[in-house]
Write a protein that binds this ligand. Structure first.
Ligand code: SF4
Ligand code: SF4
Length: 169
């Protein structure tokens, strides 16, 4: 059974932080090829992504930094009719994004475009929102990002818990 209780997931992630850290190193050292590991993770993640309804969750929209490209900003501006200059000055932080080598990030957290648990600019949302959470390709080489989301994203939490079982952890 999938677990979607956000408080439970956050608590579990905090209480089992050492266990997750150890599991992360176990994955890094696992003898499977990167391709075989990606295939296994895809097999686990696909039904979990299909079964969890993001429109009732939106926890990532509340807690994560949202990075944008210049193309994202232009699409958002033309789609929402927010003038590009307004977007740049009132919604996007270029300075802090540059510190992590990104073009821009939304200034506010929770995301200013989140209405209850729905994205009010869904058609024009940034690419980073569209692909989250991303497990493959290169699952083994993006473990830091993935494991960083265990305590906030039910999809990630359930995928990692299933992976633990599959790898005999
Ligand atoms: S743009 Fe939409 S999908 Fe992206 S963080 Fe904001 S509310 Fe969530
Ligand atoms: S991606 Fe994860 S955190 Fe974001 S809405 Fe979906 S289940 Fe919730």
């Amino acid at each position: 059974m999938l677990i979607t209780d956000l408080e439970f997931i956050a608590r579990q992630a905090a209480e089992k932080a050492d266990d997750y850290e150890a599991f992360r190193y176990y994955i890094e050292l696992d003898e499977r090829s990167d391709e075989a590991l990606d295939e296994l993770v895809e097999q686990i993640a696909t039904p979990i992504i299909a079964a969890i309804d993001c429109t009732t969750c939106a926890n990532c929209c509340r807690h994560l930094d949202v990075y944008l490209t210049e193309a994202d900003a232009q699409r958002l501006s033309s789609g929402t009719f927010i003038p590009y200059s307004t977007l740049l000055h009132q919604y996007i932080d270029r300075e802090h994004a540059a510190q992590v080598e990104e073009w821009g990030m939304f200034q506010q957290k929770p995301c200013v475009f989140l209405k209850d648990t729905l994205c009010s600019i869904y058609e024009y949302r940034p690419e980073s929102c569209r692909i989250y959470p991303m497990f493959t390709p290169d699952f083994r080489w993006t473990l830091e990002d993935t494991f960083g989301g265990i305590g906030l994203c039910p999809i990630i939490y359930n995928v990692i818990e299933q992976l633990k079982i599959q790898l005999g952890w």
